[in-house]
Design a protein. Structure first.
Length: 351
């Protein structure tokens, strides 16, 4: 009897210790920048930030006079508290210090100088870290097609004509080696960072075995989904759901991270209909794009482009504003259906 009691106590001890260790493991993972165990991250690129910083920009039309995030101070408490990652601005109400940014490789040899003391990528990381930020994702690519049209005469494409954004294997090796040197010089806080390959074509990388060695070098894929130009309309455009889904699922199956970089989005033009920005996402999800997965992230890139310039930035209580859309997306990604209904003031389902 005493032996049996001892065995039971030992088993309960093992169960309790195992549970405790699992909780600690999950807590540490989240604390050190990992995703939640049942869903990925929601990020936002806030533009225009302030009139002084951004009203002089001209991308898809002048940004002069467009609504700014600075004007919405105090008007987005839910988004400010619950946004996971932000790009390019730590001066808003956002509580997070986790940041992501884009970086173009291959524009010129001078820009890609591998001396960590002068390299632009190292300088960018250092800039954010000296402000107390944690760099989560670096969205990187060879932006050849646009760069060569915009005066970067020395820009070079990647190894594949099907998607010139993709880096060479050597690019990743060089950058990782530079990270280590920069860390040894105490220029940056980490010896390595997550390099997310931005792609142009939504599924080429997932269907051509020549990409596999490069997939082994990067930490994931980022695909930009616009509501303009060749991306329009959704069903037959450049990024039709079946192609995007193929690429996303393949990436996640490889144990890598996938960022659905969504925007710019339309506003009240000839083709706009109510909640179009939500409808596109819901169609992607219905067709099979993973919605709640720890390595599946949704980042909004809703800068004012073309007819999208008229959309209000906030407040978050306006469901048609950018911050209202961001609030909706955070709820969709981070909350279970029943929790969403309770949060939105509805009765939970009985399922």
């Amino acid at each position: 009897m005493e032996i049996l009691t001892s065995i039971r106590i030992t088993r309960w001890h093992d169960i309790i210790v195992g549970y405790f260790l699992a909780v600690v493991f999950l807590s540490v993972n989240v604390a050190f920048g990992e995703s939640h165990p049942d869903h990925g991250l929601v990020g936002l690129r806030p533009l225009p930030r302030t009139a002084k910083m951004d009203h002089s920009h001209n991308h898809g039309g002048s940004w002069a006079g467009t609504p700014t995030y600075e004007e919405q101070k105090g008007n987005y408490p839910f988004v400010a508290k619950n946004l996971d990652v932000v790009k390019g601005w730590l001066d808003g109400d956002f509580k997070t210090k986790r940041v992501f940014f884009e970086h173009y490789w291959g524009l010129s040899e001078a820009r890609d100088d591998l001396d960590p003391r002068t390299n632009l990528l190292i300088q960018t990381i250092r800039k954010w870290e000296t402000q107390g930020a944690q760099v989560d994702h670096i969205l990187i690519c060879r932006e050849y097609d646009l760069a060569i049209q915009r005066g970067h005469k020395d820009a070079k494409p990647g190894p594949f004509k099907e998607d010139t954004r993709i880096l060479y294997e050597k690019d990743f090796d060089d950058i990782r080696a530079m990270f280590k040197k920069a860390y040894a010089l105490k220029l940056i806080k980490c010896s390595n960072y997550k390099l997310i390959q931005m792609v142009q074509e939504p599924s080429f990388f997932a269907t051509d075995e020549r990409f596999l060695p490069i997939m082994n070098k990067c930490d994931g894929i980022a695909y930009e989904c616009h509501q303009f130009n060749r991306h329009w309309p959704l069903e037959t455009g450049w990024g039709k759901p079946e192609k995007v889904i193929r690429g996303a699922r393949w990436t996640l199956a490889k144990g890598k991270e996938y960022i659905f970089y969504y925007g710019p989005i339309r506003w009240k033009g000839k083709v706009y209909y109510k909640f179009m920005e939500r409808d596109w996402l819901q169609k992607f999800w219905k067709a099979g794009l993973p919605k709640r997965h720890p390595r599946m992230h949704y980042y909004l890139n809703t800068f004012p482009h073309a007819d999208g310039r008229g959309r209000p930035v906030g407040p978050e209580t306006d469901p048609h504003s950018v911050l209202g859309f961001t609030k909706w997306l955070i709820e969709e990604i981070t909350m279970s259906p029943d929790k969403r209904k309770i949060h939105r003031g509805k009765s939970p389902s009985l399922d």
